[in-house]
Design a binder for this molecule. Structure first.
Ligand SMILES: *Cc1c(COP(=O)(O)O)cnc(C)c1O
Length: 465
């Protein structure tokens, strides 16, 4: 296969993509496949000789689509969305064509500079203060790891990187029990240790209690530990918990601690001023993560981390061996170019800013706001319908567009209902554990879903209850 073939097959792929998308509503959202079914259809070894594209593509069509969960299905209400707006898919095709590796300014000048500007566009669109700068990562997990590594280095005056942690007092990081598992992963990877992630008590609304945070920090100081930082959440993954950002940051800052706010899902909703009270006070954070690859419509992967001051993170993560130096342009001081690999874990980086640029322009902030407002309104309407079903009850009310419900007859019945719903395939929902009960999560946020798609969830539940 050469680039002439690529041109022809790209056109066929575009036609296939169009038909695939047009036919999504006819497919079950989650495939009816057993583990091992796909692997069993693949030969055990790679071919020694080239195979014709016709055969490869025919096999793709025969094997893959029916064994995929369709994340772009308009009746996908599971997890959180991983939306891919058509404009962002198109941008990925252009990025794909150039296939550049954007580790340094000089390896992709346009990619580096567009990343700077797109972070600013998004910052302003979300109503964040103008002092924030930032970078684009693959995932929120990486952004949170970067923030926790930075906390560690700030707390150890950058000795952790040099000497390891053995000579340091035990570092403690604070988060609520509603924090995403990526926070647990980050403290593990950062060498801080799971046991030193303090899960602070929450209130009746599942929000971190700032008084309990203060007490935990004071107790740790008295015990000779070294508090390193706080991770707060706006829109927790389980039930959408929102910590009191302003009050918690006030406590953290009184102790001189670094603060990272995880708004991976809910951050996109901050395009709409009426939702910004959910993270009121966020401008005092050191680091904020938002996933445009969830609700906003920018194809996975695209995570934006905003930084009040990038210097501690770059000092934590940046290395500049001779072979990575940019010779022609200053890399420090006025007029310096930005080498974004120094802001993150991997050296190699994709050109992710392009799809943010295409998406923000093709729909406009107003178009994106309208979608989010519709999703929130429909989610409330659906929650009302489900709450009215005899035998069902809402467990948590909608936070933005996420709510949970359960059957009054208990966990086993709720779980059995969820299995029936997902085997049926018309809609896709997932579960969480909340206050030690099995509950079904519903989030509305798929880029192309209609009010009718959303209301069909109530219909499916009614039929299968
Ligand atoms: C989705 C999510 C994450 C993890 O996101 P990835 O980008 O998949 O790593 C972290 N925190 C919250 C609140 C999330 O919703």
């Amino acid at each position: 296969m050469n680039h002439d073939d690529l041109r022809e097959w790209s056109k066929r792929a575009a036609d296939w993509a169009h038909a695939y998308h047009a036919g999504l509503r006819e497919r079950p959202v989650r495939p009816r496949v057993m583990p091992g079914a796909t692997a069993a259809r693949l030969p055990a070894h790679a071919p020694e000789q080239p195979e014709p594209l016709e055969r490869i593509v025919a096999d793709f069509e025969a094997i893959v689509p029916d064994a995929m969960t369709h994340w772009q299905h308009p009746r996908f209400f599971a997890y959180f969305p991983a939306n891919a707006a058509p404009a962002s898919m198109l941008a990925e095709q252009y990025a794909n064509a150039m296939a550049a590796q954007a580790m340094l300014w000089q390896t992709s000048p346009a990619a580096s500079e567009m990343e700077v500007v797109m972070v600013q566009w998004l910052r302003d669109a979300l109503g964040l203060a103008p002092h924030f700068r930032g970078t684009i990562h693959d995932t929120a997990t990486t952004a949170t790891l970067c923030a926790v590594l930075t906390m560690r280095e700030v707390a150890t005056e950058h000795r952790g990187n040099e000497e390891g942690l053995t000579a340091q007092p035990t570092l403690h990081v604070y988060a609520s029990a509603q924090a995403h598992s990526s926070v647990d992963k980050a403290v593990r990877l950062a060498g801080i240790g799971q046991a030193n992630l303090v899960k602070v008590a929450t209130d009746a609304e599942h929000a971190l209690d700032p008084v309990a945070l203060d007490a935990a920090i004071r107790a740790d100081l008295a015990a000779g530990h070294r508090p390193a930082g706080v991770v707060l959440c706006t829109g927790g993954t389980s039930v959408g918990a929102c910590d009191p950002i302003a009050a918690a940051i006030e406590v953290a800052k009184a102790h001189g601690l670094y603060v990272h706010v995880d708004a991976a899902w809910a951050g996109s909703a901050m395009l709409c001023p009426e939702f910004r009270q959910l993270w009121a006070g966020v401008d005092a954070a050191d680091s904020v993560v938002v996933n445009p690859h969830k609700w906003l419509g920018v194809q996975f992967d695209c995570t934006v981390q905003f930084l009040a001051d990038p210097v501690p993170q770059v000092r934590t993560l940046g290395l500049r061996p001779e072979y990575l130096r940019t010779l022609e342009h200053p890399s420090e001081g006025d007029g310096a170019v930005v080498d974004f690999n120094e802001w993150t874990v991997p050296l190699g980086r994709r050109f992710r800013a392009l799809k943010l640029w295409f998406t923000l322009r093709a729909y406009g902030l107003d178009g994106l706001r309208q979608r989010i407002r519709d999703h929130v309104a429909w989610s409330h309407e659906l929650a009302g319908e489900i709450a009215a079903l005899p035998g069902a009850r809402l467990v948590t009310a909608p936070v933005l567009s996420l709510f949970t419900f359960a059957l009054e007859s208990g966990d086993a019945a709720t779980e059995a209902l969820l299995r029936r719903i997902n085997d049926d395939g018309r809609v896709y929902l997932t579960q969480t554990r909340h206050e030690d009960r099995f509950v079904i999560r519903v989030q509305v946020g798929q880029f192309d879903c209609t009010r009718e798609d959303v209301m069909s969830v109530a219909q499916v539940i009614r039929e299968l209850m």
